[in-house]
Design a protein around this ligand. Structure first.
Ligand SMILES: Nc1ncnc2c1ncn2[C@@H]1O[C@H](COP(=O)(O)OP(=O)(O)OP(=O)(O)O)[C@@H](O)[C@H]1O
Length: 236
């Protein structure tokens, strides 16, 4: 397998406040990886820096074999990097269907691209609500819509930042089920979340960060076996 995303020694921050101090991680094609750590440790900033929203101070970001630091967020997104951001950011005054169609594209040149029917099969709830406006949806439905909208771009890499945050346990289960399905279909995914118990079942590789630095990296079996890591760095 070849690396889809390779981040090397990334330093980044906001104005004079440096937040990342040398983050390195990589995701293989078809791989599922996580970024873990307590609140405020730099997970979202890492994603923002990969996407070009927060410019890197130094270090390299390679996506699909191309150096992308300095590229605009739009250009990186068009290369096939889709982020489901914290807070979902769906369009409140567009219907479910209009939200899904808003950015539809075939960015990974798939022979079996995502289309409305496929998203509705993954999330039957969205099919039932397809005429409802974004602002009429529950939190869980909004999250499903945000994931569906990202999939409609047919991304090489899907990044989920706290996708299960604030959701009821049953709805959370729905999101995990969907991510397992996507994994089975070969979708490369980077997940930021705090439910380690679920993540060790879903993902292959994990990166734990603390105060903007990588403190541990490894496979699911190693993370599952060492609960002291969970307590020390993730707070569970
Ligand atoms: N726009 C910003 N301007 C200045 N500082 C910021 C900004 N966004 C985040 N920070 C700071 O950067 C640090 C890392 O935040 P970040 O959001 O990356 O953490 P996180 O690990 O994703 O945590 P959370 O789960 O709380 O989102 C924090 O100290 C935060 O206060």
């Amino acid at each position: 397998m070849s690396a889809l995303l390779e981040v090397h020694d990334l330093h980044s921050g906001y104005g004079s406040s440096q937040v990342l101090f040398g983050i390195s991680l990589s995701i293989e094609v078809g791989g599922v990886s996580t970024l873990l750590g307590r609140n405020g440790m730099g997970k979202t900033t890492t994603v923002r820096s990969i996407l070009g929203l927060t410019p890197a101070l130094s270090g390299t970001v390679r996506f699909c074999g191309e150096r992308v630091e300095g590229y605009s967020p739009d250009r990186i997104a068009r290369m096939g990097l889709a982020v489901v951001p914290e807070g979902r950011q769906i369009f409140p005054t567009l219907s479910v269907q209009e939200n899904l169609l808003a950015f539809a594209a075939n960015r990974n040149s798939s022979t079996h691209p995502w289309a409305l029917e496929r998203v509705y099969a993954l999330f039957p709830r969205l099919a039932e609500r397809h005429r409802h406006m974004g602002n009429q949806l529950s939190g869980g439905e909004q999250q499903m819509l945000a994931i569906g909208r990202a999939l409609m771009t047919n991304p090489h890499l899907l990044v989920l930042d706290e996708a299960t945050e604030g959701l009821a346990p049953l709805v959370r289960e729905d999101i995990w089920r969907c991510l397992h399905t996507l994994r089975g279909q070969g979708q490369s995914i980077l997940v930021i979340d705090k439910y380690v118990q679920k993540l060790v079942k879903l993902a292959d590789q994990h990166t734990i960060i603390e105060r903007g630095q990588v403190v541990w990296q490894g496979a699911s079996a190693a993370l599952e076996a060492d609960h002291s890591l969970w307590h020390r760095y993730i707070g569970v």
